[in-house]
Design a protein around this ligand. Structure first.
Ligand code: ADP
Length: 472
């Protein structure tokens, strides 16, 4: 690609150079030719005066002086000097061959090489009177090239100097262009080569791979996107490993406990009575709950969970959840404060999933609240959304754990959570369901004093997905 870029920019440079040199050459030829024609006409106009002053100063038609005058005229010019009666006196000329003998051949060759046309296509003849103080001294019949293509030595060297500098500037521009296009193509391509190598490395499983970002252009953006992707893959890989380890741990703990009980029964250390069988049953139920939570979470995470949105009366839904949990709450003598809304609040949502969401939040409030504690449920209604606040006077969550409680298997107090039968999946599921409803969940907690979970749900989730500005 670097070669292709370099070659294409080289072709562009060459075409540009060629076109600009051709146009300079064209303009120069036209201007210079016009200039020569004008100066030839001017020289011919001045000829009678010069001839007459040569005659008057020499007292006769001095051949040497006349020759000198002839040589200042355009190449190829011929002058026939006649007496007033018409008799030819002498003929003067500035022959073309003279240029070959006075060292300007090189200039001419150069000019020809650059496209100057020196052949004379058109001639002019003028008859001029050479006047003296007492009337006409002579008649000059001048035959000269009309379009002044033939250069005298000084014109030829001027033209060759112009073409030399044009060539020099062109070559310089070409060299600079080659260097610049080589540098730019390398500069453009080398980050892409680095990226290709890095992509291969990531493909081989080296997820630590990062590429330096030196620009903000498209290549820089590509490098940033690559780095983010590699970072993400690394995080995913870490989470996958962590997840597998967590599941293994979560499965092993109840299974080990069940095995120890069965071994104890077999060895006759413990009686297989109702009490011990209840413990085994609890462990089995834990495993069943874990696998069902895992299934739900997995379905929610891969996006296969298709919420079935219907009109939900939030108060009725919360009533049902509270009803399910009420025996447990009562058993612990927890004071439940349920501040019902003054008017019914209806939102669009999936009944089954929302029941699961509030069950998990309320169940947590119950699980982590000591007996004779306090749980309060409050609903705040607004035009766009509804906020359900569940506050408890339980053990609270340490500040350092707060950012992680919505992660799978995260439990702030592991030993306590095991006692309470927690798997660390409940809140992960709560978050997934909230997101499915385009809502958010917030938590405030003080260790030892209690926690407050606020679930914010839009009344119409599909409106929320259309207008990102209304996201929380
Ligand atoms: P678990 O099944 O362990 O309750 P969750 O995902 O529901 O898992 O909660 C994660 C962790 O967050 C819990 O283990 C607990 O440490 C903490 N937590 C959740 N809700 C509360 C609460 N109301 N009071 C105190 N801690 C809580």
């Amino acid at each position: 690609m670097s070669r292709r870029l370099f070659l294409s920019s080289l072709v562009i440079i060459l075409i540009t150079l060629l076109l600009s040199m051709l146009s300079v050459n064209f303009v120069f030829q036209r201007q210079f030719s016009d200039y020569l024609t004008h100066s030839t006409e001017a020289a011919i106009e001045q000829l009678p005066e010069r001839l007459s002053s040569s005659y008057l100063s020499n007292g006769c038609w001095d051949p040497q002086a006349l020759n000198n005058i002839a040589h200042t005229l355009p190449l190829g010019t011929e002058i026939v000097l006649k007496e007033p009666s018409g008799k030819t006196m002498l003929t003067l000329a500035n022959p073309m061959e003279s240029m070959m003998h006075n060292g300007s051949g090189m200039g001419m060759g150069m000019g020809m090489g650059m496209g100057m046309d020196y052949s004379v296509h058109e001639w002019k003849t003028k008859t001029l009177n050479v006047n003296g103080p007492q009337g006409i001294l002579a008649i000059a019949v001048v035959h000269y090239p009309a379009s002044a293509r033939i250069l005298n030595p000084s014109d030829a060297s001027f033209v060759s100097a112009i073409y030399r500098s044009l060539l020099l500037a062109g070559s310089l521009a070409l060299i600079i262009g080659i260097l610049l296009s080589y540098w730019t193509s390398r500069r453009l391509v080398s980050p892409l080569q680095r990226l290709t190598k890095a992509v291969h490395r990531v493909g081989e499983g080296h997820l630590d791979e990062q590429v330096p970002i030196s620009t903000k252009d498209e290549v820089g953006q590509l490098a940033t996107a690559f780095n983010d992707m590699a970072d993400n893959l690394k995080k995913q890989e870490y989470l996958r490993k962590q997840f597998t380890a967590d599941i293994a741990h979560e499965l092993r703990t109840p299974l080990t406990s069940i095995r120890s009980y069965i071994e104890a029964f077999q060895d006759g250390v413990l009686p297989a009575d109702a009490e011990n069988l209840t413990i085994i049953n609890e462990e089995i139920e834990r495993l069943v709950a874990l696998s069902s939570d895992l299934k739900d979470l997995n379905v929610a995470e891969i996006g296969a969970l298709k919420p079935n949105f219907t009109q939900i009366n939030v108060e009725e839904l919360l009533d049902k959840v509270i009803y399910k949990l009420y025996p447990l709450i009562q058993e612990r003598e927890i004071n439940l404060e349920w501040e019902k809304p003054k008017q019914s609040i209806v939102i669009q949502g999936d009944e089954h999933l929302l029941t699961r969401l509030f069950y998990n939040v309320l169940h947590n409030a119950y699980k982590y609240t000591q007996s004779k504690g306090q749980i309060s449920i409050r609903i705040e209604n607004s035009t766009l959304d509804v906020r359900v606040r569940v506050r408890d006077s339980g053990m609270g969550i340490p500040e350092e754990d707060l950012p992680f409680i919505f992660e799978r298997f995260y439990r702030a107090d592991k030993s306590r959570a095991r006692q309470t039968g927690g798997t660390g999946i409940g809140l992960a599921l709560v978050q997934q369901i909230t997101q499915l409803h385009k809502g958010t969940i917030e938590v405030e907690s003080n260790l030892g004093q209690g926690s407050e979970f606020t679930v914010i749900l839009p009344k119409k989730p599909e409106d929320r997905s259309k207008s990102p500005s209304s996201e929380h």
